[in-house]
Design a protein around this ligand. Structure first.
Ligand code: FAD
Ligand code: AMP
Length: 476
């Protein structure tokens, strides 16, 4: 039997892979996408980590837990009685989460059908000569591809000193699937995933201790924002211990004993469950036939250039399996870029304007350079900040915490970075991303009319404050 032929075969159907296949099909190419993910019920689904066990289920639980938390902490201020008596049903929360995941993952099948992409639910392996072996429940077949896009994503890092047991020592997937609220929860790693998952269970009642080896909290964030975040999280009862390096963890009867070093002394913590959130590693195991040589870097990422070419003719790689931030939207844009380049179009990803969002409460979001990074370049700059405490909409929402900080070049006025901690920061950052994408100056934002009363006025005021002309804020 001759191989089935496609212009583009994508291995991996997460947010980097499935858009690559859809965009290729939109541009008139024949495209296939192969994904081997199977959920806990044994059902195969496209969508990758993001839709199945990442962005979407975590945001579903963050929303539910936030509503519960706000009922307890804010209803009274709104004049709504009964908030303190509001209870939770973890099983119902998990059912809602699973329902959202199912709708979105089956949506990928629908999108494939509409675009004319052939989906294979099985395992893909790159063979020599750009052929791809696909193993599905129906058997093994080989596809011939003009171009192959590798989008196999990433998986949680397991610490040898705290091996997952799937029940009490878990990864992010396990922490998204708890069926009851652990009384005491330990989290290793104060990164984005550790903080989001710690927040979910803290809001639902767990006593949460986060152990982080580094001394600096959120090192990639602007440190003024990181400081405010630490203050807010502490107020919420998240016990975040910096400079605490976990050296071991073991399950004893029904508890987990966690050993860590802090301030030069060995310490121990007893918890009912432990989430290991120490980062993710690229997935390439079993992806290549022995005679296929796609170069990997020292950390196991597939090496690519700025256009996601691997160096092997017509083999591309996108998303978490390559360098750069492990973010769904970064992978998505890379997948689209690869498809457009394959189709002969001009395309690129602007890596300088990829937004970062942490979906805690308050949310944290930024784009561009932090003040620390700008300072290190030696370039003269100006800063404007505006607190949500003076924003009418934030007050009305009972969410008047945090601030917007805008950094611009002192002389040329171009926006270098925007950093937000506060309500809906993840939505607000969109305006800043667009501004930077269009090479906006602070003055461009100053002269843009912002609706009143909206949270977005805080970005407007921060841009004004950069030139000491904020109307509603303090011009320092
Ligand atoms: P993946 O989504 O990992 O998809 C790769 C797919 O390829 C998987 O389905 C895998 O099974 C499949 N695969 C691997 N090898 C093969 C093979 N040989 N054959 C066939 N299939 C294969 N990012 C954000 O931007 N925002 C967020 O809010 C956010 N929240 C997150 C929360 C959690 C708890 C986690 C874990 C991650 C979160 N992320 C978030 C990160 C985001 O999920 C990833 O950046 C994104 O999923 C990467 O996309 P990808 O397509 O490169 O890889
Ligand atoms: P991220 O890579 O952003 O998901 O964050 C993971 C965090 O886990 C990093 O800040 C690491 O410093 C932290 N980390 C890794 N190993 C340990 C350890 N053994 N004990 C405590 N923190 C750790």
């Amino acid at each position: 039997m001759s191989d089935k032929k496609f212009d583009v075969v994508v291995i991996g159907g997460g947010p980097a892979g499935y858009p690559a296949a859809i965009r290729a099909a939109q541009l008139g190419l024949t495209a296939a996408c192969i994904d081997d993910y199977k959920n806990e019920e044994g059902v195969r689904a496209f969508g990758g980590t993001c839709l199945n066990i990442g962005c979407i289920p975590s945001k579903a639980l963050l929303e539910s837990s936030e509503l519960y938390h706000r009922a307890h902490t804010e209803f009274e201020a709104h004049g709504i009685r009964g908030g303190a008596g509001v209870g939770i049903d973890v099983a119902a929360m998990q059912t809602r989460k699973r329902g959202i995941v199912k709708q979105l993952t089956s949506g990928v099948d629908v999108m494939f059908k509409a675009a004319g992409v052939t989906g294979f639910k099985g395992r893909g392996k790159l063979l020599a000569g750009n052929r791809v072996e696909v193993t599905t429940d129906a058997g093994v077949e080989t596809l011939a591809a003009n171009h192959v896009v590798l989008a196999t994503g990433s998986t949680p890092i397991e610490l040898p000193i705290a091996k997952f047991d799937g029940k009490r020592i878990v990864d992010s997937t396990g922490a998204l699937a708890f069926t009851s609220v652990p009384k005491r929860l330990g989290v290793i790693g104060a990164g984005v995933i550790g903080l989001e998952l710690g927040s979910v269970w803290r809001r639902l009642g767990s006593e949460v201790v986060v152990l982080e080896a580094l001394e600096t909290f959120l090192p990639a964030a602007d440190q003024q924002v990181a400081k405010e975040a630490m203050r807010q999280f502490k107020r919420q009862g998240l016990d975040i211990r910096m400079g605490a390096k976990v050296t071991g963890a073991s399950v004893q009867s029904d508890v987990v004993k966690v050993r860590f070093e802090s301030g030069g002394t060995a310490q121990e913590l007893e918890v009912d469950a432990l989430v290991v959130a120490v980062g993710r590693r690229p997935v390439t195991a079993g992806l290549f036939a022995p005679d296929v040589k796609v170069p990997l870097d020292k950390r196991g990422f597939i090496e690519v250039d700025a256009h996601c070419r691997t160096g092997v003719p017509n083999v591309w790689a996108v998303g978490d399996v390559v360098r750069g931030p492990m973010l769904a939207h970064k992978g998505m844009e890379e997948g689209v870029m690869a498809a457009e380049l394959i189709a002969g179009h001009v395309s690129e990803v602007n890596y300088r304007t990829i937004p970062s969002v942490i979906y805690t409460a308050p949310e944290i979001a930024w784009v561009g350079q932090t003040e620390e990074e700008v300072k290190a370049t030696g370039r003269p700059y100006k800063v404007g900040t505006f607190g949500f405490g003076a924003n009418g909409r934030a007050k009305a929402m009972q969410q008047a915490v945090g601030f917007v900080k805008l950094i611009a070049d002192q002389e040329h006025d171009d926006v270098l970075g925007v950093h937000i901690i506060g309500p809906m920061a993840g939505e607000l950052i969109g305006e800043a991303v667009l501004a930077m994408e269009f090479s906006a100056s602070a003055e461009d934002i100053q002269r843009t009319v912002h609706a009143h009363p909206t949270l977005s006025e805080s970005l407007h005021e921060a841009s004004l404050a950069a030139d000491k002309r904020s109307i509603h804020g303090i011009n320092r």
